[in-house]
Write a protein that binds this ligand. Sequence first.
Ligand code: SF4
Length: 514
Amino acid sequence: MKKFEESMYQLIVETSTNLPNDVRRAIAKAKAKENAGTRAALSLSTITENIGMADENVSPICQDTGMPTFEVKVPVGVNQIEMKKAIYAAVERATKDTKLRPNSVDSLTGKNSGNNLGEGTPVIHFEQWEKDVIDVRLILKGGGCENKNIQYSLPAELEGLGRAGRDLDGIRKCIMHSVYQAQGQGCSAGFIGVGIGGDRTTSYSLAKEQLFRTVDDVNENEELQKLEDYVLENANKLGIGTMGFGGEATLLGCKIGAMNRLPASFFVSVAYNCWAYRRLGVILDQETGDIKKWLYKDGEKVDLNKVEQEVAAAEESAGEVREVVLEAPITEEQIRELKVGDVVIINGMMHTGRDAIHHHLMDHDAPIDLNGQVIYHCGPVMMKDDQGEWHVKAAGPTTSIREEPYQGDIMKKFGIRAVIGKGGMGPKTLKALGEHGGVYLNAIGGAAQYYADCIKKVKGVDLLEFGIPEAMWHLEVEGFAAIVTMDSHGNSLHADVDKSSLEKLAQFKEPVFK
Ligand code: SF4
């Protein structure tokens, strides 16, 4: 088993940087269906460009490389303790090589272990089987989409859909609702795995297991296959679209499994995965640990950048998109001129800040003058070279809604004019944008290579004691594009899409499966 550690390292690198072929085909289909020139189409183009860049640079597709979760099947007699040690070593090496972001944080102190090892991380599940090869599968599922997982206990009352009973139709309603509640925050267009039955824990495990099925497989259970087809067709009628900008592509895959339950319990769990659906697998020689075969690489590897989008009918076209170039320090007048739908190109400085920084700034001074500046909700993957210079390896936006309790107050306290993130923010921030003269810009979630390429220089870092993802990085950028989705006039694209998708959800209230 000399080669096992090296094989695990290769599996991690490949999973983080090279999207599986079945996922590529699903994204290609969605891209082809989207009307050219719309916000959703622009987002999909950025996503596909990003996938190509990650491939080429052998760099993480998204900066959030998530909770590495290994599912391992081993022949009887293979030493699982040694395998575990080898997986830990491979995870540590991949983190050092910036293929994984350091993501393991002590839950009580907030301290980042720095190497992705710690209590409960990475996740490794072993199962014995009677074959004479080892099967290892890995999924890297980021926090943004993990936070959109949801569990229902039937019977339940669901917003927009009414009562969901303990039957197939109740399950159908839960799944439709799960897509609605995720909106764009899990970096739609997404994939869902659904677990029916079990207890609270096993139901969620079953849901996650479904994400190891291929996007184009056929469910052996005919009833569940029908339900999968139904959800895939109808969830795309909700109009949530890529990044929650509205549009045709909301859901790219739906896989459902069922297990027995207690008579008193009826759980339906949904594991939501973003478009950056990074899961791969390998079959290994049990004697040497060498890779004999890669999994999820069958079929055509579509060149996503060659996929043409449909030309929009005149009435569906988003119209001319206004493009505005901004460079900090930005004035209140410049901000007040911006409207939802404008594309903003940022040149010059921006500063990262996410959970720890926002919490810190509530009752501390900022390490630099933030007046007129741009804050980027981002936890980048960074590398320090031999000369001590920092380089950005991946830098897409993180989910902004986590900063909702702080954002408005911090913008006012420090004079910040623009905030960039993904998924939008809530009413408290929207009110503050109006009062203070601020704007929320939505960058394309997961487009970590695309945005890393816009960062021309790392000018410095503060509060590095919070860990690499949580520190405040001072970045010089060029041509950094994002879309105004909340402006200083009380408009929020996120609130509009939520409202219209809730109205559309109501059309699925009537029973379909008896
Ligand atoms: S694509 Fe979005 S949800 Fe997925 S890991 Fe990246 S930031 Fe998180």
